[in-house]
Design a protein around this ligand. Structure first.
Ligand SMILES: [Zn+2]
Ligand SMILES: [Zn+2]
Length: 424
């Protein structure tokens, strides 16, 4: 059976063909291929002239946040047959999440959001692989996952996580689509490095100061988290994330997207908006970021759980020179001890700054939180050489910087031995 033709009567919106995608014959007729006649799960999607189900099947998407927005994004991507998603979230499901979370049921309360969301995605579409990553993305999301992602979806509810995600996606040259909600309002930002504005370009001076202040004093975490209590409704989550996912689908197809723009809806007045975002000359991220697209990341057999600091230092020194050291200054600090000046005591500790709570760090004598001794460079003289990289707070598949000040050389080392953990 050969291909046959149908006449296209009307078209809505401009027809934009993806580069190298389906051809549009000039006479307004479209070709239907033999596989288009097979009524499988993806049949209606494939009828979209430029649709390429294979691209979606091969796509890797990182979803940051499995709350109201994340639920919608994950549901959409499962329906679309996006091949692989990595879903990162800190929280467990609460009863109050059930009004805005299409993937969660009453019986899921108390279970981990990312885990349940991934189970339901696979339940909806067994073609999909969904891997939960449990914890604060600043500590648990290996940057090698961003490096392998086609698109990063921000479905977050706090500035600190947004800034981290934006900086590192930008650094690794990955497009990100960030959605946000507030009552009945919703917006979607599309960032495509290195040309477009980034998330931090839009922060006001006061936001930046507040963010910096909180980062600098946040060595020990407090019990109450400042996240997750945004007043909002499932309706706007569906709208914002619908838009967000459609932009992601176009990115995966290599089609034009609203780069450096903020699109959204004022839900009480039904006004849709579309703002251009300028690259801010005051943006600290733009100053700080060296866009790594085209810059080499060295793949190594190292793993977070199996390799030691000494193993990593040896690899770094192979590349930069004998004075090579590990620098975590790009994204983390490690608490290497706790001290109480009042009681004159010091205690050994090894934990990521921010991951250790005040309660974990209380002095046995006076019960006050002890002062953390924090560092972000290691040359092996600290006494932790035999400790595993995971103990130093490095997640699987992370990318770290090695440096030798004498030779002036630098290397970016990836814990590539962890690939099977996520892609096996
Ligand atoms: Zn910026
Ligand atoms: Zn004390």
């Amino acid at each position: 059976m050969g291909a046959f033709e149908i006449q296209v009567k009307s078209k809505r919106g401009p027809d934009v063909a993806p580069p190298g995608g389906a051809e549009q014959p000039p006479d307004g007729k479209i070709q239907i291929r033999r596989e288009d006649l097979v009524e499988d799960r993806y049949h209606r999607l494939r009828l979209i002239s430029w649709w390429d189900q294979e691209r979606l099947k091969d796509a890797v998407v990182v979803v940051a946040g499995a709350g109201a927005l994340g639920n919608e994004a994950i549901k959409n991507m499962a329906l679309l047959g996006v091949g692989r998603m990595f879903v990162c979230d800190t929280d467990a499901i609460e009863t109050s999440n059930l009004t805005r979370s299409v993937l969660f049921r009453l019986g899921d309360v108390g279970r981990h959001k990312a885990e349940v969301a991934c189970e339901r995605a696979v339940d909806m579409n067994p073609d999909v692989r969904a891997v939960p990553i449990k914890g604060d993305l600043r500590y648990v999301l290996g940057l090698g996952l961003l490096r392998r992602a086609d698109v990063v979806l921000g479905c977050l509810d706090n500035i600190a996580a947004r800034v981290y995600l934006s900086r590192h996606a930008y650094r690794l040259g990955k497009p990100s689509v960030d959605a946000g909600l507030d009552t009945l309002n919703g917006d979607v930002y599309t960032f495509t490095p290195p040309e477009s504005a980034c998330y931090e370009c839009r922060l006001k001076e006061a936001d930046r100061k507040e963010f910096k202040r909180r980062q600098s004093c946040l060595k020990l975490s407090r019990k109450e988290t400042a996240t997750g209590k945004v007043p909002t409704a499932p309706t706007i989550a569906a709208i914002a994330s619908g838009l967000q996912t459609q932009i992601a689908v176009r990115l995966i197809h290599g089609m034009p997207v609203p780069a450096g723009r903020r699109l959204g809806l004022y839900g009480m007045s039904d006004v849709f908006f579309d703002y251009h975002l300028d690259v801010s000359p005051e943006c600290p991220a733009h100053e700080w970021i060296e866009c790594l697209r085209g810059r080499e990341v060295t793949e190594t057999p190292l793993t977070a759980a199996g390799s030691t600091l000494d193993d990593l230092l040896a690899t770094i020194r192979e590349h930069v020179g004998p004075q090579g050291y590990l620098s975590l200054e790009d994204d983390r600090e490690v608490i290497v001890g706790l001290a109480c000046a009042a009681c004159g005591v010091r205690r050994e500790a090894l934990a990521l700054a921010g991951a250790l709570s005040e309660d974990d760090a209380r002095c046995a004598g006076c019960h006050e939180p002890m002062a953390p001794d924090v560092r972000s460079t290691f040359d092996g003289t600290e006494g932790f050489g035999g400790r595993r990289l995971a103990e130093l707070g490095l997640p699987p598949l992370h990318i770290v910087r090695g440096r030798d000040d004498e030779s002036g050389r630098e290397v970016l080392i990836e814990l590539t031995g962890d690939v099977p953990t996520y892609f096996g």
